[in-house]
Unconditional design. Structure first.
Length: 293
């Protein structure tokens, strides 16, 4: 008799997981026109890419990343081979400011920037590894986060998936200025957890701002029964605070990964807080939602 409640709970979790997977196909994010970009604040270009550690072609990926010529690069699924290839290709020449949190699992990341790093922190984001970086962009403080949430593939992943989405979004709270949280959210506009996290923390999706409610980024070059499968899900997003104007947004092909990368041109607001003194050196550790996993 004691096993019945457990079995019922397991069935409920399985149903929730299936509902989440079905909701992946729903492009429900409404269009949000947001700022028109007329504000004379600084403009930055940002590249966000999941490099897919299991399919990695490190040298080709490094060349593709450098070719984007973005001001700020947010990379996830970053392993030692990826970092070595980037360094050999000229990482330090193109981006002198780097925060390397490589890992041989799925949650290593790297942030590279032309703008100085004022503060940084690494830690647990809802049960998975992550980092948060504060930059000094010509005197304006900018928070950036290379996002990679848990994929809700198995029943046990559902709670962690929700926690990692909420934890990443929460990093915009208390930021010293505007924030950019970009990467593999493992969620689409059809997922309530994603929409709720953005609404709770005053965030907007750049795709929605540009009117692109259906803009698939996954899977890429992932054959099924020997046949190429077209990208069908919008799992990767550039998410920003509401005061950031989206001037441009494009998908980029990076070899050796099953995700499209995203490159965004963004105008930051003027009149924000000054960037913190780089000598401070440490951003708040991303641990706010760890206990929910």
């Amino acid at each position: 008799m004691a096993a019945r409640p457990l079995a019922g709970s397991m069935r409920l979790t399985d149903l929730r997981r299936r509902a989440i997977l079905l909701a992946s196909a729903l492009p429900l994010l409404p269009r949000d026109p947001g700022p028109d970009g007329a504000d004379p604040g600084p403009v930055v270009t940002v590249l966000a890419a999941n490099l897919c550690r299991t399919l990695v072609d490190a040298e080709a990926q490094a060349q593709a990343v450098l070719a984007t010529d973005a001001d700020i690069v947010l990379l996830t699924e970053v392993a030692a081979t990826t970092v070595a290839a980037l360094e050999a290709a000229g990482l330090a020449r193109q981006w002198p400011h780097v925060s390397d949190d490589r890992d041989e699992g799925y949650f290593g990341s790297l942030v590279a920037s032309r703008h100085p790093i004022a503060a940084k922190g690494t830690g647990n984001l809802g049960g998975r590894r992550g980092q948060v970086i504060d930059l000094d962009v010509d005197g304006t403080a900018l928070r950036v986060v290379p996002v990679h949430t848990q994929a809700p593939i198995f029943d046990d992943d559902v709670a962690v998936w929700e926690a990692t989405i909420a934890a990443n979004a929460s990093l915009a709270d208390g930021a010293p200025g505007p924030a950019i949280l970009a990467g593999d959210w493992n969620a689409t506009g059809g997922h309530r957890a994603y929409r709720r996290a953005l609404a709770d923390h005053g965030l907007v999706d750049a795709q929605a701002r540009r009117g692109r409610r259906w803009w698939p980024t996954w899977p890429v070059d992932l054959p099924v029964f020997g046949l190429p499968l077209p990208a069908v899900l919008t799992l990767d997003h550039v998410v920003v605070t509401a005061d950031v104007a989206i001037l441009g947004l494009e998908r980029i092909t990076v070899p050796g990964t099953d995700h499209r990368a995203l490159r965004a041109a963004l105008r930051l607001p003027t009149g924000g807080d000054a960037a913190p003194d780089p000598s401070c050196g440490t951003a708040p550790r991303p641990t706010t939602a760890a206990s929910t996993a």
